[in-house]
Design a protein around this ligand. Structure first.
Ligand SMILES: C[S@@+](CC[C@H](N)C(=O)[O-])C[C@H]1O[C@@H](n2cnc3c(N)ncnc32)[C@H](O)[C@@H]1O
Length: 308
């Protein structure tokens, strides 16, 4: 059995465009490659990582690995890894070579740590590249709030771009610890705060730290007990105007295949009408989706303080 030619052509095309930055090489989940919806391939120099969301035939996997190696070995890749997202808590397997001792994702001159030890998420979301760029373009001299901060990639970008300050909030203390390490890794030693709190118990604290000029809101779509977009996003949106400086810019993210951008836009219209919709950011081209409404949605807004 041979690897589908269009998969290899896509990988080759995306590799040619990276210039060494981390990126998705193959996005089967975008449903543009029939029968390959369960396959992702990512590039984190010097590692290439295959992620599978379903079991596959060993012969198919062996052929894919051999074909990939022919493409990536000349580029100085020293390890090909395999992550099974359909199996629970298994670490990344080595398919060829070795996994980097301290794996990182590089993007626009900044570095972010990766965890290959078996958690579902690696510590860095490639599909958020355009949102990080949006933030880098407007963070200078601004006060930034990063809600659902995870490993604080947005904060690293903002401080590197000259943000005055960043407040990161996430209920996961371990994600925030990685976030602090991400700052240190990039030589950013001050200017960011790390609040390990449940957002829904933190409004008073955030109001005391407000106002903010740029706000990023990137919740999970469904984390039972913590955040369920259908019922909880409206509660966040309703509180945002109280944290904004006049003219503040906001990014609201929604990564659920079951909720479209109209869901977010309607919530904002009803619960925070002083936020004016600006645009939906494009996703990185490697993440093209047969139905863009099922993929990541990142909407930008501007806050206008109502006249009294
Ligand atoms: C999609 S991740 C955020 C990714 C991050 N913005 C990035 O670009 O790397 C969602 C995060 O929300 C956090 N979270 C979920 N419910 C929360 C809550 N109620 N309060 C605070 N953080 C929460 C999780 O711990 C997780 O780190």
């Amino acid at each position: 059995m041979s690897s589908p030619e269009n998969l290899l052509a896509e990988v080759e095309n995306n590799l040619a465009g990276t210039a060494g930055d981390a990126c998705r090489l193959f996005h089967g989940r975008g449903r543009r490659f029939e029968g390959l919806e369960h396959v992702s391939i990512d590039y984190f120099h010097p590692l290439v990582l295959i992620t599978l969301f379903a079991e596959v035939e060993q012969d198919w996997l062996d052929q894919l690995s051999a074909d990939l190696l022919a493409l990536i070995q000349p580029l100085g890749i020293t390890g090909l890894g395999l992550q099974w997202r359909n199996r629970k808590d298994v670490p990344v397997e080595v398919v060829w070579g070795e996994l980097p001792h301290k794996p990182t994702a590089r993007e626009r001159g900044l570095h972010y740590g990766l965890q290959l030890g078996g958690r579902q998420n690696l510590g860095f979301f490639l599909d958020m590249a355009m949102a990080r760029q949006w933030l880098a373009e407007r963070a200078a001299d601004r006060r930034v709030l990063n809600l659902f901060a995870y490993t604080c990639a947005f904060s690293v970008v903002a401080r590197a771009a000259g943000a005055l300050s960043v407040v990161n909030l996430d209920m996961s203390a371990s994600a925030l610890r990685q976030g602090q390490q991400n700052h240190q890794r990039n030589g950013i030693l001050d200017g960011s705060r790390f609040l390990s709190h449940d957002l829904f118990r933190s409004w008073g604290k955030l109001r005391r730290l407000a106002p903010f000029d740029v706000l990023v809101v990137d919740p999970p779509s469904r984390q039972p007990g913590s955040f369920i977009a259908e019922k909880d996003y409206r509660r966040v949106i309703a509180k945002l105007p109280g944290l904004c400086a006049d003219g503040a810019e906001l990014l609201l993210c929604l990564n659920s295949p079951h909720l479209e951008s109209a869901f977010l836009r309607e919530l904002v219209a009803v619960h925070a009408p002083d936020l004016e919709f600006q645009q939906r950011l494009p996703n990185p081209p490697q993440f093209a989706d047969e139905n863009p409404e099922l993929s990541l949605k990142v909407l930008s807004y501007r806050y206008h303080r109502p006249a009294v």
